[in-house]
Structures are given as C-alpha cells and as structure tokens.
Design a protein around this ligand. Sequence first.
Ligand code: 3PG
Length: 417
Amino acid sequence: MRFGIKTLDDFDVKGKTVLCRIDINQPVDRASGKLKSINRIQACVPTIRELSEKGARIVLMAHQGSDIEYKNYYTTRPHAEVLSNLLGFEVKWVEDVCGPTARDEIKNLKDGEVLLLDNVRFMAEEQTLFETKLCLSHEEQAKTQVVTKLAPLGDLYVCDAFAAAHRDQPTLCGFEQLLPSAMGRLFEKEYCTVSALMEEPKRPCVFVLGGAKIADAFQMMKTVLSKGSADLVLTGGLVANIFLASQNVQIGQGSLDFILKSNYGQFIDVARELYEQFGDKIVLPSDLAWVSDGKRCEAAVGEIPADISAVDIGSRTAARYREEILAAKTVFVNGPAGVFEQEPSELGTKTIWQALADTDAFTVLGGGDSITATEKYKLTDKIGYICTGGGALIRFLSGEELPVVRALRHGAMIGEK
Ligand code: 3PG
C-alpha cells in the first residue's frame, strides 16, 4: 500500500481475472492505420508482463482518441499487435467492449493470457462529454453498462492509466466501487515520483511552461507560484505571447489574432494579474522569432514588426533559459517554446531540450508535444523522468485531487472475493 492505494504486491493474482485499465492513447496515422508513436504502450508492458507471469487472466481496457479536442476515435486493434510484439506472445483482441462477444472471450481466458478490448470510448458513457455534462458520482459510474457487465467477471481491478487519472469515467473510477483495486506498476511509479518531487523539490525549482494548452498552463502556474513550489517560471510558446500581450508589448498582429480567435483573450487579464503578483518569478522572452519567406527572423521585444506571427522565442531568450536550467536543481517542463516541428522555428525548443539533457538538475517532463520533442531530439535517455501523462500531470501539479486516485483509495478498502 502506498499513498492509501494498494499495489500489485498486495494481491496473489494466480488464476484471477484482472480487469486492467491502461492508457495507450497514441497518435494514429489514419491512412496506414499505424501508430505514430508507441511510448505509452511500452510503458504499460511491465505491469502486463508481471500479471501474466504471475498467472493472472488479464483483460485490458483502453481508449484511443478524444471526443473533445479532436473527435478522432479509433480502434485499439493496432495496439494489440504492438503489445504482442513487445511482450513476445499473442495479445488477443476483440471487437467489442462489454457485449456478449467480449464477455465470452473473457470467460475463455487461461492463466497468463491477455485480452485487449476495443476502444472503451466507443461506449457513449465513457466519453469525455458524457463525463463533463452528466458528472456521475463514482457510485453512479458503478451502475453503467460497462461496469455492470464486466465487474462480475473480474476478481481484481488494476488501474495503470496515470495519463488518464484526471478523467472521471466508468472504466477509470467505477470498478473501484465493486472490486478490490490496485494501481499498476506504471501508475505507482508516476504517482510516487511526481508526489515526492512536489512535496520537496530540490531548489532552485524551475518550471518551463510553453505550448498551446493555455487553461491548463495558467492553472498550473498559479498553483505552483502560490504554493511556492516554483522558484522561477520560464515562459514560451503561446503562454509567453499571452503574457507579453498582457504587458502591452507588440507581439505581431498574427499572434494577437490567433489568441483572440482561439478564445484565449480572457487569459490576457489572468496573465496581467499573475505578473503583478509574481512578476519577480515569471520570466518573459526578451526576443521573439517569426518566419518570413521560409527564413527565421528575430527581433528584441519592443522591436517586433506589427504584421508578423511569433512562432518561437528568440535566441537570446533561449540562451538565458539554458542558463537558468543549468543552474536549477529541479526542472519541470510542459509544452514546447515554439513550432518545433519546423526547422526555422525550432531553435527555442531545441535549445531548452538540450539544456535539459546537459543540466545536473532532476528533469521531469510530460505531455504529448513535450514527449514528441524529446523523441525528435533523441534525448529520451537524458531526461530524469518522462511522465506518460499530459493533462493528468498538469492537474496533479495544479494541486487537484485526481478522480482516479480518489477512486483507487476507495477500492483499497474493498476486500477480496
Ligand atoms: C491523454 O492523451 O492525455 C490521455 O490519454 C487522456 O486523454 P483525453 O484528454 O482525451 O481524456
């Protein structure tokens, strides 16, 4: 038991049917049906292998795609193939979530075998819009189709989906009402590492916040600055542009139009207030970059042409951020400093990521774009801890109690059948 949650060490799983929720949500190339990255699938392997070697009958539940931002659901079939290759034995797959076909497959599992169900979000009750509109309690989630059909077939529920721990959905929070529950090894590692770091970060503790997930970034910044967890926040990406706009600095009409068109105008006021309160700890870019005729151009803040769109921090800012990262003892990173996918606008992100590799500080990074940048610069081995979660990590660092953590604590009190 750790943090009031049971772990795999608390159960003898031999011959038991384990309902295991994982997060293997990956970018998919729809034309070929192939997964563009498999990092989250790799991260789940230790739990699945351990359960299989201990003789459990493993039923994997997972989602692929999101209804809110992207409307891009996809089957989990390719994931079963990747998992089979990683584990070195067949992972069965069924084109069903909790109907008769899935239930028959579950009943036929033998010790050590693994079955992956199709995308749980094909069930309406598992969708994020359902979660945010209906706000079902965990007790109510235990009465949904997916939980009432599958829970009777399981002996134990294991959640290894830290990356989805901020979601209040039946396959994440409903089973813990009915079955003894534990966190998987990945969940345990992620939750314990990040909790320990947040409790007592080694100082100076620097946050590097960029990217375009604005509401999350501002929420997190407010918390870590008010709680004193962050000694310094280095801003990049859209986050920096919003701060600069809040100080009436010219960021180019294209940048401003983008902020307003994306409904982020409200954050200009939030940024102004934060800067008034914590201006000594928030570092804004001193120069910015834009692209003209395919070439990178830069100017100091205050000399930015009115008609451009800023796509990166400038090289002076990047050099300053590198110095701060080298001098830090702990660094959290969320979001790139610019449009790193394209060469003329990657300098800021590339410099920061190289600094993460060079610093002696403990570095923690999470979120889809940050992980993609790490892979692009081949620095995966150089980062202290790469969290599979983006939204979950941000909400955790924002001080929110994650719904899945609350549910698992409840599940820890349910005895074995
Ligand atoms: C993620 O990609 O952050 C997790 O898989 C959760 O996905 P969601 O934001 O679509 O719920």
